[in-house]
Design a protein around this ligand. Structure first.
Ligand code: CMP
Length: 280
């Protein structure tokens, strides 16, 4: 057993739990496996400019970020390393080399002081590899078809796949309700949905202000503006959506895609355009 593996204090367990909360691979794990994973983790403290991983090295550990900012650099075809993404609290990295026994595909360097939780290759392989592969294989094809995500690094889409939960709704069931606090972002996997608002004049009827099909997304406005939901979104027939909780949304989407999200929000204010139907 690794000398650094030891019993965790309740405080340490709580810190790890908080860090992995938005990652479905952890939250959907049987409790015994989750406990075994926590037991195997050890804390690593990093200083700015320290490398956690160097591209080309052999894979040894998988990491969960408790705090701090970590930059990922990829050097392609002998060229200089280019910064491809940043990983912050709640993010994970270092799984690729352990998943397929290949050299590290990127370098990861601390930009700030940070705290990581590391888990060794054997534990990662026995507990997390299968679920990670299954999840990514299932959701990546859907994410590849979402126009909003077309320009981001493919690896970021893999990280998103780790945070998606699939939820099915029946015809006319509300997926989000007007007035509620927003706690998640949604991507349509299969079927159709529509955003509705009450018709003017107090008739009690609803009118559609937006339609959603496979690859459409909704639910970002309340999260970005910290405001209650402005519309209700109803299933039209059976619909399957992928749900990402607000923490993962802020970490994975709001940061890299803020500009794009804000831009498309301009085009669909149901409060402004009362009679038009929008599709995106
Ligand atoms: P691994 O190859 O084991 O070690 C470097 C890690 O950086 C890699 O796993 C991923 O977890 C992470 N990473 C982040 N972005 C990228 C990217 N664009 N390409 C490859 N790995 C990336």
């Amino acid at each position: 057993m690794d000398q650094r593996q030891r019993e965790k204090t309740p405080e340490q367990r709580a810190r790890i739990g908080a860090s992995v909360r938005s990652n479905v691979l952890f939250s959907s794990m049987p409790p015994a496996q989750y406990e075994a994973l926590l037991d195997a983790m050890f804390e690593v403290r990093m200083k700015p400019n320290e490398f956690v991983i160097r591209q080309g090295d052999e894979g040894d550990y998988f990491y969960v970020v408790e705090s701090g900012e970590f930059e990922v650099y990829v050097a392609k075809d002998g060229g200089p390393p280019r910064r491809v993404m940043e990983i912050t609290s709640g993010g994970t990295f270092g799984e690729l080399a352990l998943m397929d026994n290949t050299p590290r595909r990127a370098s990861v360097c601390a930009r700030t002081d940070g705290v990581l939780w590391a888990v060794g290759r054997a534990t990662f392989q026995s507990i997390l590899v299968e679920a990670t592969l299954r999840h990514r294989k299932k959701y990546e094809p859907y994410l590849n078809d979402v126009p909003l995500l077309a320009a981001i690094d493919p690896y970021e889409r893999s990280a998103m796949a780790d945070c998606l939960v699939e939820v099915a709704f029946q015809d006319q069931e509300p997926i989000v309700r007007v007035g509620e606090k927003g706690d998640a972002f949604y991507i349509v996997l299969e079927g159709n949905a529509a955003a509705v608002v009450p018709e003017d004049g107090g008739s009690g009827k609803q009118k559609e202000v937006m339609q959603y099909t496979r690859g459409s997304y909704f639910g970002e406005v309340a999260l970005l503006r910290n405001e209650p939901r402005k519309v209700t979104v109803l299933a039209k027939g059976q619909v399957l959506v992928a749900r990402m909780d607000v923490t993962a949304f802020r970490r994975l989407l709001a940061r890299p895609l803020q500009h794009k999200l804000e831009q498309s929000m301009q085009s669909y204010s149901p409060l402004r355009a009362t009679d038009e139907k929008f599709v995106h």
